[in-house]
Design a protein around this ligand. Sequence first.
Ligand SMILES: Nc1ncnc2c1ncn2[C@@H]1O[C@H](COP(=O)(O)OP(=O)(O)OP(=O)(O)O)[C@@H](O)[C@H]1O
Ligand SMILES: [Mg+2]
Length: 223
Amino acid sequence: MIALSRVSKIYESSAGPVGVLRELDLTVAATETVAITGPSGSGKTTLLNLLGALDQPTSGTVTIDGVALGGLDPAAAARFRSRSIGFIFQLHYLLPQCSVLENVLVPRLAGAWTEAASTTLARAEALLEQVGLRDRMTHLPWQLSGGEQLRAAIARALINQPKIILADEPTGSLDPATGERIADLLLSTHAGARAALVVVTHNPALAQRMQKTYRLEAGRLVS
Ligand SMILES: Nc1ncnc2c1ncn2[C@@H]1O[C@H](COP(=O)(O)OP(=O)(O)OP(=O)(O)O)[C@@H](O)[C@H]1O
Ligand SMILES: [Mg+2]
């Protein structure tokens, strides 16, 4: 599902180039679960952004579901992202003026979907039920706890039935018990979605529950 070949990423900044990823290789099978760990600044978010077609490598190729992302123009990349990728961001980016249910439906706003609105709505409600927010659908994000906001963001990431779920530090700011419930939820939603799951985390308990664990070191992944 995911194939990265000799991927390098060098950021250009006023202080000079910052080399982050160095000829990195990674393959992830269609329903595999993968954890990526590594110290702060090692390039984990950089790597997820490449997997999610939010950024492009300086060199090397990123192929997702048979599509070479390097060949896509920005509009095609955006279409691809909305159809194939479910992103759970380090900061959740829920829209403050929209209810929980509306936030889950936001990824449907872009793109020409042929599905009936009632079917989409039913799926959004089912996802919110699955993440335990059935009673919070009409609430605004600020009325939710941090863990609840994260669960809303998980439901939003799944609304377009992505082939790949990417999660950046999903348990970062949560207490251990809530973190464990989020891990349960990620794994159960992953199983239901039949997608690949790539999780960036500092949390060893979460990393351990993935089928494979890699560590980013000196710009490369080590098992
Ligand atoms: N746009 C940018 N321009 C220049 N340098 C950048 C840019 N984005 C990230 N970097 C640098 O690249 C390195 C990797 O950043 P990245 O965000 O991928 O780290 P991370 O492993 O996700 O860290 P954390 O665990 O703190 O989230 C850092 O040293 C960062 O300062
Ligand atoms: Mg990061």
